[in-house]
Design a protein around this ligand. Sequence first.
Ligand code: FPP
Length: 250
Amino acid sequence: MTAQLISTISTPIKDLTKLPQHIAIIMDGNGRWAKNKGLPRIEGHRRGANTLKEILRCCKNWGIKTLTTYAFSTENWGRPLTEVDFLMALFERLLRKELAEMNAEGVCIRFIGDLSPLPQSLQQSMYQAMETTKNNQAVYFNVAINYGSRLEIVKACRSIAEKIEQGELKPEAIDESLLSEYLYTSDSPDPDLLIRTSGEMRLSNFLLWQMAYTEIYITETLWPDFNQQELLQALESYQKRDRRFGRKVS
Ligand code: FPP
């Protein structure tokens, strides 16, 4: 979207010319936020969901076309069963409650990850949400659930190998862009900016291939406390970066 177009939308962003097109977020710190307040961990997730709604709306209003969030990793199954069950129920409840509004606001929702081990009713809600919003274009909202980047790459390699075995593809046709087409994110550009909350400095098996040249912004703020103001700070930090994509500058 051009700066001229976005200027018709009310925005607190000072410089509209160098905005990221795609933001990825590792929403970390829900549990610590709850613990600090003497609340159960699940309360942190509940509050985290409110934060996500606010940040998605900011992206939509500010012309940031794609938001990809890490909601549940392949490793998160190792959490206590009560917490896993709560998260699955929360995802489903939110989808049912928010779908109509998200659709009316032009959100195109896509789930990335292996959805097959998720509870049946949750899978149904997910496929319904993707089908309902598939033609929306105001903002693309990717939610990674049961997602792991290494497994995503392994699955892509397996699919490519099958095509070769069936004689549909030649090994020399494999290049970076072909492999990208076999990833869950084939419809999205690579993220320009990764935000991770709660001060951890790790990628945690999130979009490893896609984030080869992504700018990273870490904040100590715990996810439930992240807000519009914090997002603005991340954007201002991003706008000061000199992105060279490995190229040498004179
Ligand atoms: C990380 O905090 C957070 C999660 C594993 C769950 C994220 C889920 C939400 C924000 C709920 C809403 C999401 C959607 C997509 C509807 P943590 O539990 O690892 O926190 P800790 O590191 O402080 O323990």
